[in-house]
Design a protein around this ligand. Structure first.
Ligand code: CA
Length: 225
């Protein structure tokens, strides 16, 4: 697996390069956005780890630029910025996952494995999604919770599928509008809230552990543990 590490802090850079190599990655390091862009254009990477505070440019604008250039590989954002706003912004603007510094190496490695798994051809061909006791059959378009069938509309199924694919991560209303309804700009509508409300009524029925959580002012997250 080829990994591009974009990080300017020498200590973290050295530590991560060694650790990632030990974990079996072939690591290229870019200390700034300019070098990262060059490397990404010249060769193919399976995954990227990008620090947001770079000397020449913001990591987010680097990610946007790489996406413009056709980068498909998943990007894990690494940053000292801990606020919810920063995380949401990072995820909305082309990052696939977000880890705040300081972080545990084991968690970084686990997240990289997850991103690679999600992006692998087998994953996209998977016909079943499972999150805790929730299971989606993507071919039959059927959902069950604890083995009990859920009566979902087509739209609710698509919404639940999107939540499942992002289980454990916050998805914002505008991400949902974009991915489920194909709307880029958030119109003045409560369509997401209404659908979430109905979906929750079906998924989190009486006596069930609630899976769909509201993150006030931010969006929603489907619990995965
Ligand atoms: Ca930095």
């Amino acid at each position: 697996m080829r990994l591009l590490l974009v990080e300017d802090e020498i200590d973290i850079q050295g530590f991560l390069r060694r650790s990632l190599q030990e974990a079996g990655y072939e690591v290229e390091v870019a200390p700034d956005a300019k070098t990262a862009e060059q490397l990404a254009v010249e060769s193919q990477f399976d995954i990227l780890v990008v620090d947001l505070g770079l000397p020449d440019r913001d990591g987010i604008s680097l990610i946007l630029r790489l996406r413009e250039l056709g980068l498909r590989a998943p990007v894990l954002i690494l940053s000292a910025r801990r606020s919810v706003d920063d995380r949401v912004r990072g995820l909305e603007q082309g990052g696939d996952d977000y880890l705040t510094k300081p972080f545990a190496l084991a968690e970084l490695l686990a997240r990289l494995r997850n991103l690679l798994k999600r992006n692998s051809p087998q994953a996209s061909e998977a016909t079943r999604l499972r999150v805790l006791d929730l299971e989606l059959d993507l071919l039959r378009r059927e959902a069950t919770r604890s083995g009990q069938a859920l009566q979902l509309t087509q739209q609710e199924f698509v919404l639940l599928e999107y939540l499942c694919r992002n289980a454990g991560r916050v998805v914002t209303r505008s991400m949902i509008l974009d991915q489920v309804w194909g709307m880029r700009i958030q119109p003045d509508t409560n369509v997401v809230d209404v659908h979430i409300y109905r979906l929750r009524g079906k998924v989190d029925g009486a006596g069930q552990q609630p899976l769909i959580r509201t993150m006030r002012g931010v969006g929603y997250v489907l619990k995965d543990r």
